[in-house]
Design a protein around this ligand. Structure first.
Ligand code: BMA
Length: 335
């Protein structure tokens, strides 16, 4: 692991003025009718009938005393995308002799089915998993990648006849430490994945000096696919943040535009972070503060974009912006 991280200009770490945060979390453990402690990193989808569906990560146990019991995923519904009602039981979990847990769900609707992507902690490494479901009660696991991979998100439609996902492998024979990039793969059937290629390297992101990873399922716009991602910068002097003993990372949210026909090509990107941890829920309260982890985004009919993100690995928050303002931030990639 590198001992020194490239110093970044702290002046750029300010949330863009086009962003409006909903002042309170849209989901906390208090909304969950079963065992829950940290309810965060949530995929969100809007149905044609106007209802919102959220699938969130739920870590349960006594976190303040570092006593983790387990992780599952919960389902919540809303009429306005702000007030969510959680189903009485968790909807998905995996645990056996090999798999320890699944987490960080993203959700896409494609070909009349839901598809969730999630991380899989196994005894032999972290993998990316995908499962389809017609009713969000029964899930059919389609694929689990080889390690080390995570942060998979499926595009909401096939591109040139194939399913396409963004993903974030974690190579050890690369540049040292956790300098990890965003990749893309294609599949004819959600089972077999290939044609893998690099989309964005950490070096492309002026506000990252550690790793980056895909966030929400990309949104289709006239100008390209809007990709919302997380970017991590580290400073070893940061010391303790939140309840955890030591936490030197900061997770911000960035955006990029990908080519509609070949989404491995970046056609524009933000040169500064879009959303930076600020305020009580993002910098003061919680397990790991200074972490914003977007897993859901919705493009509304009036061109408002809603971004749902885990804050401090503890709650789900939501922010909005106008699509035009986001697109205006996405300037030419490598300039
Ligand atoms: C990542 C994942 C996320 C988490 C983030 C910050 O590597 O484990 O689930 O939100 O770290 O802790």
């Amino acid at each position: 692991m590198p001992k020194v991280f490239k110093k970044l200009d702290e002046a750029m770490f300010k949330t863009e003025p086009c962003i409006t945060r909903y002042p309170d979390p849209v989901l906390t453990y208090k909304d969950v009718p079963y065992k829950a402690a940290l309810t965060f990193n949530a995929g969100v989808l809007k149905k044609e009938n106007g209802k919102y569906i959220m699938i969130f990560r739920n870590d349960y146990g006594d976190y303040e005393n570092q006593k983790l019991e387990g992780t599952n995923m919960g389902l919540a519904f809303s009429d306005d995308g702000i007030h969510f009602e959680v189903d009485p039981e968790p909807c998905f979990a995996m645990k056996d002799d090999e798999i320890m847990r699944v987490y960080d769900p993203r959700i896409t609707e494609i070909d009349g089915e839901y598809c969730i992507c999630f991380a899989v902690d196994t005894k032999h490494g972290v993998c990316g998993g995908m499962a389809t479901s017609k009713d969000l009660k029964k899930f059919d696991v389609k694929s689990i990648s080889v390690p080390e991979n995570r942060n998979m998100v499926l595009f909401p439609e096939k591109i040139n006849g194939n399913y396409v996902r963004l993903e974030r492998p974690m190579p050890v024979y690369s540049r040292g430490g956790d300098v990890f990039d965003i990749w893309l793969s294609e599949s004819p059937d959600l089972v077999y994945w290939g044609k893998s290629r690099l989309v964005m390297g950490v070096e492309d992101v002026p506000f990252a000096n550690d790793k980056i990873g895909p966030g929400a399922a990309p949104l289709k716009t006239d100008k390209g696919w809007l990709m919302i991602f997380h970017a991590v910068d580290r400073d070893l002097d940061r010391g303790k943040n939140g309840w955890e003993a030591k936490w030197t990372k900061r997770y911000t949210i960035g955006i990029a535009l990908l080519d509609l026909n070949d989404p491995s090509k970046i056609i524009g990107m933000s040169k500064k972070p879009l959303i930076v941890p600020e305020g009580h829920w993002e910098t003061v309260e919680g397990f790991r503060t200074n972490v914003l982890f977007p897993c859901g985004a919705i493009l509304e009919d009036d061109d408002t974009v809603r971004i749902y993100y885990g804050a401090s690995d503890t709650v789900v928050c939501m922010a909005t912006a106008k699509l035009d303002d986001l697109i205006a931030l996405c300037t030419e990639p490598r300039k």
